[in-house]
Design a protein around this ligand. Sequence first.
Ligand SMILES: O=P(O)(O)OC[C@H]1O[C@](O)(COP(=O)(O)O)[C@@H](O)[C@@H]1O
Ligand SMILES: [Mg+2]
Ligand SMILES: [Mg+2]
Length: 303
Amino acid sequence: MSGSDRLEASVIESVFDAVAETAPEIRAALPGRRVESDRENPSGETVMAADVHADELLEERIGLIDGVSGYASEERETVVDVGSEPKLGSESRYAVAVDPLDGSSNLRSNNAMGTVVGVYDGSLPARGRDLVAAGYVLYGPITTMVVATADGVREEVVTRGGDEGVERSVVRESISLPSDPVVYGFGGRVPDWTDGFRVFAREIESELKLRYGGAMVGDVNQVLTYGGIFAYPALADAPNGKLRLQFEANPIAFIIERAGGAASDGTEAILDVDPEELHQRVPLHVGNEQLVDRLEAAVESGQ
Ligand SMILES: O=P(O)(O)OC[C@H]1O[C@](O)(COP(=O)(O)O)[C@@H](O)[C@@H]1O
Ligand SMILES: [Mg+2]
Ligand SMILES: [Mg+2]
């Protein structure tokens, strides 16, 4: 292994160690943080106290990792320079982009939420093809972490061990999307969908079962588990949809592609989208390849 390969492997391992160690703390702190903070994020959304807390914990832990030069989050205007000279040689060139708490509007109703992380080889904003790893934590009835690297996709269960340590056990390895899709979940109000997307949705309704929980991580995990399609599409008053390219769409697209699926903005692969700014939004359609292909055809013909 060359020096730069060693650095990359060590950065990826350290990022997921940090995320796994932080997840039980993020979860344990939720009950007292189901209220709005006095802040708005760069996307113009009101930030919950739990969003702020998760972001602070992750910045502190990820910022310490040897070889990581930048930390960016949905909740911060600019990339935080956390660079140091890596001990393993090579330059410190990796940037980590995080959605500290995905689906935080589910806090009030006590439904699923997640944490999304992307490890980019380069400075942000970057193309999804520059990701070297991505993953998410799902705070469901149990806490799981899905990790995707060049080697494939795995799912771990994360629990608090003795003396506040964290235990991780791999429960699924080499995950690939089931070839016979079962579920779908689409965000946004139906009247705001484009004509092409509505036509596609009508077809899918008679083929698959609806599973929509309002947290992208939870909804995507249904697709990863049972096969199917998740979308937060372009809307009449929001042509770029709701989800953010760097923090949400790219990491999810990376995971689903590694699991044998596809992800599209409606015309091209999410991972090929050239970023213009850190917080830009993008329509996201992700799942089994044949469904994403059909979606692209329908969206194109309906515009
Ligand atoms: O409430 P809506 O419009 O269905 O939107 C739900 C979508 O918004 C999100 O909550 C946005 O993520 P954040 O909670 O991180 O802002 C996604 O997780 C989810 O897919
Ligand atoms: Mg989110
Ligand atoms: Mg969020």
